[in-house]
Design a protein around this ligand. Structure first.
Ligand code: PMP
Length: 431
């Protein structure tokens, strides 16, 4: 496959931007080679700067649930843009998007719009701390919640400890009140949360951890987490930035035992434009400024063009059969892949939740915690990624990242993915 133009563009970008990118994983360091430079997208395909057509299973990391440049979404964006790109004033389209989102949320909840998933979780934690008057928050190893200072934290030595910064530039004081817990370990989680007890403001967890493989949790773990947070009077924040609208239950935390006090959203609700949101019961949300003492603001928050992209995306999703169609596509992929993998006798499994999938390599069992992922599997992912690219299939450029389906994908697209994966994996395991 010709990639000269992408190579040249990346070389130039590297002279202008650190790493040549606006977000690190895009630099392809985990898989090697120059990143793909798209010039346009349509449906399930990307067309790159060298004229290649790639079947896209990354979809801008999740937002494009109805595919690239869906005519209805593009039309809504263009109409909104003609009326004005931004007002910095309250307006009708944020009312309409919050009304649409509240259809899937508990009665009496409210929504605050921000510009990214990072901002949504950062604000949710501040709100939880403000509402409880407590400082300590807890997160899980293997969950990602954006790049705000206090969440760039990794476990210290020991199973459930106060964390240390996982990035340079994050002061020790910022993470001193952040407890880092292992997933899939009820005892460690419960013990640590009870020890902190009435100092605990909130626990944040991805409703289905999907940023370090796809680590579906046992129901008893989630039930216990809900119970313990309630008993110690802490808020439970379900981060649905990635998984929101991607499973049949729409917001999976409402049904998987988490029953959260606050939900954070992003990606799909902006349909490819920068949108994040947090939602919770009106009395908790009233703690936010201007009603309450917890400050939060944004020049472009609730941007009218972005709101229209989100509205059109959700309307199109509903019109195209929504989660049921995506579930059918996901099942088709999972069944197809499982039969190929077991036919070949390879130590490879596919984990799936709705329209999200992940390949667990070098294993016969699906991991539930970050520590259970084989490090060797990431070495194997790099050549797999390169071979898939050669076949015109674009997977996320890191083996820890999940894949996404959209309503623009078809069963034959998925058969093509499965067949290509089968051939590539067979070659890799035989080599
Ligand atoms: N939370 C989760 C669960 C995410 O997956 C992400 C992004 N992948 C974020 C938060 C941060 O969102 P953003 O990149 O929009 O800041």
């Amino acid at each position: 496959m010709e990639r000269n133009n992408s190579t040249k563009l990346f070389a130039k970008a590297c002279t202008l931007m650190p790493g040549g990118v606006s977000s690190p994983v895009r630099a392809f360091r985990a898989v090697g080679g120059p990143p793909v430079y798209p010039v346009r997208g349509k449906g399930a395909s990307i067309f790159d700067a060298d004229g290649n057509e790639l079947l896209d299973f990354c979809l801008s990391w999740g937002p494009l649930i109805v595919g690239h440049a869906h005519p209805k979404v593009v039309e809504a964006v263009m109409e909104a843009a003609k009326r004005g790109l931004s007002f910095g004033m309250p307006h009708d389209s944020e009312i309409r998007l919050s009304e649409r989102m509240l259809q899937d949320l508990p009665e009496g909840w409210q929504v605050r719009f921000v510009n990214s998933g990072t901002e949504a979780v950062m604000t949710a934690l501040r709100l939880a701390r403000g509402a409880t008057g407590r400082d300590v928050v807890a997160k899980f190893t293997g969950c990602y919640h954006g790049h705000s200072d206090c969440l760039l934290v990794k476990a210290g030595s020991g199973l459930a400890t106060f964390g240390t910064a996982s990035s340079a530039g994050v002061p020790a004081g910022t993470t001193a009140d952040v407890l880092v817990l292992p997933l899939d370990d009820v005892e460690a989680m419960e013990g640590a949360l009870r020890e902190v007890g009435d100092r605990l403001a909130a626990v944040v967890i991805e409703s289905i951890p999907a940023n370090n493989g796809l680590l579906v949790q046992a129901p008893e773990f989630l039930n216990r987490l809900r119970q313990v947070t309630r008993e110690v009077g802490a808020l439970l924040i379900a981060d649905e930035v990635l998984v929101g609208y991607r499973t049949e239950s729409v917001l999976v935390s409402r049904e998987n035992g988490l029953d959260p006090d606050l939900i954070t959203l992003g990606k799909v609700i902006g349909g490819g434009m920068p949108v994040g949101a947090l939602a919770g019961p009106a009395d908790t949300m009233a703690q936010l400024a201007p009603d309450g003492p917890v400050y939060q603001a944004g020049t472009l928050s609730g941007n009218p063009v972005a709101m229209q992209a989100g509205l059109a995306t959700l309307a199109t999703l509903d019109a195209e059969g929504g989660q049921a169609r995506l579930e059918a596509l996901g099942t088709h992929l999972e069944v197809g892949f499982s039969s190929v993998a077991s036919g070949l006798g390879l130590p490879v499994r596919m984990q799936r939740a709705g329209s999200i999938f992940w390949l667990a390599l070098d294993t016969e069992t699906l991991p539930r915690a970050a520590e259970a992922i084989q490090a060797s599997s990431m070495d194997r992912y790099a050549p797999l990624h390169a071979q898939m690219l050669e076949k015109g299939i674009y997977l996320a450029p890191s083996g820890y990242e999940v894949g996404f389906l959209s309503t623009a994908h078809t069963e034959p697209d998925l058969d093509r993915l499965v067949e290509a994966l089968g051939v590539a994996l067979k070659g890799l395991y035989e080599a």
